[in-house]
Design a binder for this molecule. Sequence first.
Ligand code: URA
Length: 431
Amino acid sequence: MHDASSIIAAKRDGRELSGAEIDWVVEAFTRGVVADEQMSALAMAIYFRGMTREEVSRWTTAMISSGRRLDFTHLGRPTVDKHSTGGVGDKITLPLAPLVAACGAAVPQLSGRGLGHTGGTLDKLESIPGWRADLDTSEMAEILSDPAVGAVVCAAGSDLAPADRRLYALRDVTGTVESIPLIASSIMSKKIAEGTGALVLDVKVGSGAFMKKLDDARELAQTMVDLGNDAGVRTMALLTAMDAPLGHTAGNALEVRESLEVLAGGGPSDVVELTLELAREMLKAAGIDGVDPADKLRDGSAMDRWRRMIAAQGGDPDAPLPTARHTEVLLSESDGVVCGLDAMAVGLAAWRLGAGRARQGEPVQAGAGIELHAKPGETVSVGTPLVTLHTDTPERFAAAKAALSEAWTVVADAPSVATPLVIERIEDPSR
Ligand code: URA
């Protein structure tokens, strides 16, 4: 017979929890027998004491068992998904999902909404008139099994890892989000429950990421790779830089527009590079050889997939994207080369302009955000446009400008060392 207070005290005192204790506490929390305040206290104890590999694996399995686990093995094509831990201007899912589907895989991509300074894929796609994020499992399966579409980006249904949904809401308001075992089990319980056969993780490191330090990002990536492979999902991770924003836009419709440029064979070089890197890893993880995703961007087949994927979820791929009612351009005050552009500052500014939300459930402005005219390595002079701010509510300009006041570092002589976008790969060594 277990009870919540002994389990909380055990973790508080640094004892490893048994499998039976973990199963009980997660199951009892899902049934409402363990109260929110008890689960919050346990999350805080885990935050300070951590978890062993066995504990985190059992915790993840218990979170998965709190709901249903989808199964797409009947599709006759390998399934593969990508998860990013979130960054500024990270619109990669938008071109990537249709691109990988165009290469022959089925892509069941459950995504989230933005909270705070990082944007959410669903908020971005919802700027397309008519597009729906909420699909039930049968709609999801129907789109995935259509060989002409094969990619779906939607919200996780309430029956997938419901214990995580409740625990995440508690962590969000109790200072317990930044715990590697809790983040890893939260992400991986949803990804394993969604029924993908393979998974590529894009773990962001840098000022605009959850993980500011390389060692922490590496530990998070390794924990998630182990959890995925232990659960039978072929999983690998790339650690990628998130010191500067990806691409030239941060905001909802603005990022859809930039993604369309990539699907049309153009777009910013960093977005194209990361999209192709992740696509190649996803194809490898799915066991698909002999297809070069760059060809599918060039020959228009990824764009065709995008159009069908958007239409399958009620969106009109030909409808004009919303634009903000007000814009303001900020100019450089010095001559030189941009050597730093702080992703966190840009994310905060886009959020303050109305692209993000401060509380769950708030609406976002489809047209709001930031357009960057100068990225690291580019030369600017006094008066060169650095950024255009977009919003429907011009009273927000002042707060956005305050966030951006120290975002750029402009120096007379640029240092020649460029940071690579992909920093490291993490795989299961036994595969
Ligand atoms: N995303 C999740 O789904 N869970 C976390 O804990 C952090 C990010």
